[in-house]
Design a protein. Structure first.
Length: 382
């Protein structure tokens, strides 16, 4: 793959963690391979059951059904994002239950003390992933047939349904402020990769839904085809455009510097969409690891750090968050012990890049009512 042109953290717009350029593109290279982590080996599990590199610590910030700042944290925590809030920040997290769903938020002050917790979306279905918008909103996506995207306010204002963004089995979303579009993944075995082109940037009430069109190969060039009926009835959106590229279970999605990375759980791949030249390729494929056992399986949510590392959460696998470095090395960053019936969800960094939030969706119980949301603090590369 093309060596990734990664980004340093910055805060833009209304306070979403975003990124700016640090590295320059390099030569073509193979998909990422097993190698030593820049953070070193994982230590024994701490009191929270988290195995971390030296210098890192974890704490539990919320548990499903238990009170946090006077609010009962939701079940099955899933996709999440961090928004700057003055000297503090807000972590927004989806709830992947049906019915009920929705999303909640934790507010932190400058000392990382939780000062508030509250609902930002209610009455929806199976809210899985989503994406942070540069204008300070969280898109919460329904992972159900003909599901909706909801634009929510991390500060607790009213949420708005956005049907123009298409009705399908939504997973993740990511904003591209350069092209002023939103990318979207679809979590079905023959799903597609979409972009929504708003009529006006920052206003998702109207626009055009398009789908990536390419051949069946794992790399090559692509075009965008307009979906005639974003409502997806009677013909589902993925079947409306001839030649639409199929992806096996689209999951997490991250945009930075003319590139979108997304995962597909059906084949344990991380895809790289190069938007400057309209090409796509594999950033990682567990079947193409040639030097030992594949360290990353069950790919799911994904985020990027200020140093340029991708952090990919596992649904199953070894219950790890693995990193893929700018040098195309993949290695475990952390492992959750004693929770094999769960999955890791919602990884997101604070604006300063020194704290990582994530959840174990079903915790130690294996039930959606047993979710645990964590914070990891330490010397992240910046």
């Amino acid at each position: 793959m093309k060596r990734r042109n990664f980004l340093r953290a910055a805060v833009i717009g209304a306070g979403v963690t975003a990124f700016g350029n640090t590295l320059t593109p390099g030569a073509m290279a193979a998909p990422a391979q097993n190698g030593p982590s820049p953070y070193g080996a994982l230590r024994a599990a701490d009191a929270n059951g988290i195995r971390l590199p030296a210098g890192f610590t974890s704490r539990v910030v919320a548990r499903s059904g238990q009170q946090v700042a006077g609010y009962a944290w939701h079940s099955a925590p899933d996709g999440g994002a961090v928004f700057a809030d003055g000297d503090g920040w807000i972590y927004v997290s989806n709830s992947e239950v049906n019915p009920g769903g929705g999303a909640s938020a934790l507010r932190f002050d400058a000392n990382a003390t939780i000062t508030d917790a509250y609902r930002v979306l209610s009455g929806t279905r199976q809210n899985c992933a989503g994406g942070a918008m540069p204008w300070g909103r969280w898109l919460s996506c329904e992972e159900v047939d003909r599901g909706f995207v909801y634009e929510t306010d991390p500060w607790g204002g009213a949420a708005v349904q956005r049907p123009a963004m298409g009705r399908f089995t939504h997973e993740a979303a990511a904003a591209d402020p350069v092209r002023q579009v939103i990318y979207l993944t679809e979590d079905v075995p023959n799903g597609c990769f979409y972009r929504f082109v708003p009529t006006a940037w920052g206003d998702l009430a109207a626009g055009t839904l398009q789908v990536l069109v390419a051949g069946s190969a794992t790399s090559g060039s692509f075009t965008w085809g307009t979906v005639p009926d974003p409502g997806g009835s009677p013909t589902v959106t993925r079947d409306q455009v001839s030649g639409a590229k199929r992806f096996n279970g689209g999951e997490g999605l991250h945009y930075a510097n003319d590139t979108a990375w997304f995962t597909t759980k059906g084949d344990n791949r991380v895809w790289q969409v190069n938007l400057a030249d309209d090409t796509f390729e594999l950033a990682y494929d567990d079947s193409l690891v040639t030097n030992g056992s594949a360290p990353l399986t069950g790919v799911d949510n994904v985020t990027g750090s200020s140093s340029g590392d991708l952090f990919v959460a596992e649904d199953g696998g070894n219950m790890e968050i693995c990193i893929i470095t700018p040098d195309d090395i993949v290695a475990p960053f952390l492992r959750v012990s004693g929770q094999s019936a769960s999955e890791i969800t919602g990884p997101a960094f604070t604006p300063a890049g020194d704290r990582l939030y994530f959840s174990s969706q079903r915790g130690t119980t294996g039930s959606s009512s047993g979710g645990i949301t964590y914070e990891v603090t330490g010397p992240f590369r910046r």
